[in-house]
Design a protein around this ligand. Sequence first.
Ligand code: MTE
Ligand code: MO
Length: 343
Amino acid sequence: MLLKIKKRSDVCSSEITPEPVYHERRRFIQQTGRFALAGLGLALAGCSQEGEAVSKSPRIDSIPSPEGPDWLKQKVAGFKPKVYTTTESFTPYKDVTTYNNFYEFGTGKGDPASNAHTLITDPWSVVIEGEVAKPGRYSLEDILKPHTMEERIYRLRCVEAWSMVIPWIGIPLAEILKRFEPTSKARFVEFTTLYDPEQMSGQKASFGSLDWPYVESLRIDEAMNPLTLMATGLYGDVLPNQNGAPFRLVVPWKYGFKSIKSIVKIRLTEQQPKTTWETLAPEEYGFYANVNPTVDHPRWSQKHERRLPGTLLSPNRIKTRLFNGYAEEVADLYKGIDLSRFY
Ligand SMILES: Nc1nc2c(c(=O)[nH]1)N[C@H]1C(S)=C(S)[C@@H](COP(=O)(O)O)O[C@H]1N2
Ligand SMILES: [Mo]
């Protein structure tokens, strides 16, 4: 849906940073036009240039809104803003949704955006099994129903040394898991992506790719950390398929490959699960995969990263931070652990 602002004096694109525009747009939607621009006018008082800000903000460009069932669109739209945030600029919507890793749709960065339209995300159900008192197959709607969506603005640091800042919408994994009552034997949480080569063309590739289905895992205390999110949206809307619709994990202090997409199974286990990337190349991708500038990948340095968007001439190179800058929230989880051994 495209929203137009009536009075051009209300806003001017030159003064608008992506983040406030995006938030004001949401308020605009919520208030269905009535008094909607009061906050915006305040923030931008004195602006006199021509305004097309809303249509030029990163989210409200010509990119159509992703598809999704009405109930999920409404659920996501009711999010509580900025439950966790940062002062950094957001990576524009276009970059977040066209520069992806989702090998189920190909290994090129543009492949998921081109190919993921074949993924059917509704109806969607998730099997919850293993060490829980209430195992079963649950519809996504039932899983989400009792929870309020939260906006969490997180850095995402890929092991390939690029990063983004993404306004996710989701629910803390801990809140979801508690409802299924993990037993005292539950020490790990294992997540599995859909396996369906008819919908996921990259799963047909017989070599040079991954073992399907994609599997990831966290220790139970990592899973229960308040930062760990099950995302169903970004930029105020449902997830585009290429970003792991309709339900994906986001673990902001770990390399991006832990943040598994399009999840159909969550299993609680006593033994540490075998995960996809660790199985493929254990010396390169560990189970922990905590972002750490002092532990290099065997084939490249992890000291710096490219914050997207950047260009060849201006790569926007920044220093990588321990735990991706979330040490205050998560360092305690790894007390007494040798991070160079448990990478
Ligand atoms: N199922 C699945 N999940 C996945 C991947 C994948 O190939 N398949 N790639 C991972 C990697 S390497 C990264 S960096 C993030 C990228 O998420 P984004 O495309 O939403 O930015 O997804 C992760 N989750
Ligand atoms: Mo990644």
